[in-house]
Design a protein around this ligand. Sequence first.
Ligand code: 5GP
Length: 201
Amino acid sequence: MADGSLFVVSAPAGCGKDTILNELFKKTDMAGYAVSATTRSPREGEVNGVHYHFLTRAEFEGKIKNGEVLEYTDYCGNYYGTLRKSVEDVLSSGKHAILKIEVEGAMNIKKQFPEAVLVFILPPSWEVLEKRLRTRGTETEDKIIERTRQARAEVTFAKNYDYLIVNDDLDAAVDDLLSVLNAERLRCVNNDALLSKFADE
Ligand code: 5GP
């Protein structure tokens, strides 16, 4: 079996990142989600240990101090961070580990793990993204403008990623991500066991 790789998936709000990943996990069991920690409160339907490990600031800072956090950021007033253990748990089960993190965290992971594969999800256009943010209906005009500005800032990082996926059509975007996972699965560097099986005795 190929060794698991580290994947980072980033996208501005409104690009459908969560939906794409949920669909991906229905289609394949070759990847697992490395559950992040956060100090933000759970949203309706979010389960501790599944969507995030919900921690107090003191708990989070304790984990930073103990070296349990691979990277973290302060995003909109809350800590978000990748737990070393979450990543190790997925990788040791033989799966690719998927980190769903924002752009600075992604750059940080790439610095520490140059072999990590970075995937950025783009909207079809700025117009479509703004429309999607508006049709969520829950945001005020100020919030929509702020999120659009934030999205533009995040997209400036896209050129540093390995793969770009445009979420124009959900099924196509999920298939694109699956193709990236499959390509990684087939790479020589990820198949030591297979190579040694055919190595000269
Ligand atoms: P949300 O509050 O909407 O779940 O997440 C806000 C942002 O934080 C999203 O862009 C999400 O990808 C990012 N995020 C979630 N977990 C982590 C993490 O462990 N590290 C970093 N750097 N960003 C994260």
